[in-house]
Write a protein that binds this ligand. Structure first.
Ligand SMILES: [Zn+2]
Ligand SMILES: [Zn+2]
Length: 234
């Protein structure tokens, strides 16, 4: 089927990289319009949407009990439906062109909220084995898109994933935390820098937190996390 799909793509140039129905490359207006964007109010720490008046400033219940090492995290949309399909296509189906519209969406999201101004954009790295299998790091593609919009530098050489962690889905919360503990280190000093850490999805926040721990150890003044989507369980 995928060979046939490949052949069809040659004859009929690929259109929307999510639905493959519209002729608009790489993302059609219908798919883009179906994304559930994050709206305020959100948790002031992890960015999870909260119910309540939008002028309230507070954190979600999990954030009151856990210590996440980044300063603040924000996501563009909710990880479900069409946005989930788009991220899946970018990550697992080689549809790299989706990094441009998704990165643009993320850039709009940071532009719309008050966050510490970053000097440096750093993607959450893949383990080198996974990078070899996939051929690219989706978070790096998103980071490049965001950095170019803000005129910032992307550094993919700072953060290193030292172990090929198991997939986080299907694990308990404690196992997830243990799974990523110590998984990252910084290969060089980034003294005094405010880092915009970019990933595709924020779930428990443990991965971003471990990255932030490594970046802080390397001298980062602050770490702000930006993802295309956030997992909301309810
Ligand atoms: Zn579409
Ligand atoms: Zn929170």
């Amino acid at each position: 089927m995928s060979a046939l799909r490949g052949l069809l793509d040659l004859v009929f140039p690929p259109a929307c990289q999510v639905c493959r129905k519209s002729a608009t490359f790489p993302l059609c207006a219908a798919c883009r319009g179906a994304f559930r964007l994050v709206r305020s109010p959100v948790c002031q720490k992890c960015g999870k949407p909260l119910r309540g008046p939008s002028d309230l400033i507070f954190t979600c219940i999990p954030c009151r009990h856990r210590r996440l090492r980044f300063a603040v995290a924000r996501a563009a949309g909710i990880y479900d439906g069409t946005l989930r399909e788009a991220i899946h296509a970018l990550k697992f189906k080689g549809r790299r062109a989706l990094a441009a519209p998704l990165g643009a969406l993320m850039a709009e999201r940071v532009a719309g909220v008050r966050l510490p101004a970053a000097n440096l954009v750093i993607p959450v790295p893949l383990h080198h084995r996974r990078l070899r299998e996939r051929g690219y790091n989706q978070s790096e593609l998103l980071a490049a898109e965001i950095a170019s919009r803000f005129g910032l530098l992307v550094r993919s050489d700072v953060l290193v994933r030292r172990q090929a962690t198991e997939a986080q889905s299907g694990l308990t919360l404690d196992d997830r935390r243990a799974n990523v503990r110590g998984a990252f280190f910084a290969a060089c000093s980034i003294e005094g820098q405010t880092v915009l850490l970019v990933d595709d999805v924020l779930s428990t926040g443990f991965t971003a937190s471990e990255c932030a721990r490594a970046l802080r150890q390397a001298g980062a003044a602050q770490v702000v996390v930006l993802t295309a989507a956030i997992v909301v369980l309810d």
